[in-house]
Design a protein around this ligand. Structure first.
Ligand code: GLY
Length: 334
């Protein structure tokens, strides 16, 4: 029995609850029969694939190289997104991210594995590698989500080091913003935003990670879509996966990544499913001109797609040793 299952079962039996693993969404790995069937649907040459939001070239290359060495999808995705979590020049992810209105950098992240397990951390201060922390919530606790101080304390207990996430550059930009503090999220901020990554490994298994510092100068305590399973990221290893970037509030209202995976389950290609998920937002919200949303998706056959509201979103795709920047089609052609 995996450690997580042991802890989860122990926690539940301690509470006097006789709930089986399947009822709490904690199934064991798919049966060999199922696995063979789904693996047969995957890439023709078992060539792994990594895709990620925006032109995060190094992050996607890192994940692709890990996959090529045989690393499993989730660990490859976490290694990939860590490149941006540690990139001090990136003001939308990890250390160096823009702070909230009070000057605190708070990070959100989640991961989801091919067996349907997931972990998430919200509003975490002083920890850089929050995607790796989300994985530990998944593997080492009976929970899916840990927030704020609880997540930070858990990180220290797991050996993470305390880090000051507010760089001098981010601090200066925030102090400048304070001079006329208007809250106006930018479209395609600096041509990047949240990094969401999907990986398919040599076994054809799909997993993903999503990590962000959230909207610049957000209200204290604000959390967007990125750490919310189903909104910022969703994986069903029998079908595929999706991740989101952009205005989290709008992704949350339509549970965008889950929607895309369900549309793929019903036969849509990743491209069509991303288009439909964007259409759900634009058809219900005439303020769409003021914000950007972008999705990327991958199915079990290794097909990928993406769609966004406004021109300018690109994503990375690594396959067969090639790491390419792909320009996404977009909704607002007016
Ligand atoms: N998509 C990132 C956020 O809204 O926080």
């Amino acid at each position: 029995m995996k450690r997580r299952h042991f802890i989860k079962n122990a926690a539940l039996s301690g509470a006097g609850l006789a709930i089986g693993n399947s009822l709490i969404g904690c199934n064991d790995k798919p049966s060999e029969e199922k696995k063979t069937e789904s693996t047969m649907m995957t890439t023709i040459n078992n060539s792994p694939i990594a895709i990620c939001t925006w032109a995060f070239t190094g992050a996607n290359a890192k994940a692709g190289e890990e996959l090529s060495k045989g690393v499993k999808a989730l660990d490859a995705a976490i290694s990939g997104v860590e490149v941006e979590e540690e990139n001090l020049k990136n003001t939308t992810v990890g250390k160096g991210g823009a702070p909230d209105r009070e000057g605190n950098v708070t990070l959100d992240a989640c991961v989801m594995d091919s067996d349907g397990d997931c972990g998430s951390v919200l509003c975490v201060e002083n920890i850089t590698n929050v995607a790796a922390l989300a994985k530990l919530v998944m593997t080492e606790t009976p929970h899916v989500i840990l927030a704020a101080e609880g997540a930070e304390e858990f990180a220290y207990a797991q050996g993470f080091k305390k880090d000051n996430l507010l760089t001098e550059d981010s601090k200066k930009a925030w102090q400048e913003w304070l001079k006329s503090p208007e809250y106006k999220p930018l479209i395609n901020i600096e041509n990047h935003d949240t990094i969401g990554m999907l990986c398919m490994d040599k076994d054809g298994d799909i997993a993903g990670a999503c990590t962000t510092s959230g909207l610049s100068y957000k209200m204290k305590g604000r959390v967007g879509d990125s750490p919310i399973i189903g909104s910022g990221l969703f994986i069903d290893n029998e079908i595929g996966g999706a991740v989101a970037t952009g205005m989290g509030e709008e992704v949350l209202k339509t549970v965008g990544s889950f929607l895309i995976v369900e549309l793929m389950r019903n036969g849509m290609s990743p491209q069509k499913a991303c288009e439909e998920a964007v259409n759900r937002i634009t058809s219900k919200n005439d303020r769409y001109k003021d914000f950007q949303i972008a999705y990327i998706a991958m199915n079990k056959a290794g097909e990928t797609g993406s769609y966004c509201i406004h021109k300018g979103f690109t994503y990375m795709k690594y396959q067969d040793g090639k790491n390419e920047n792909v320009h996404s089609d977009y909704f607002d052609k007016a």
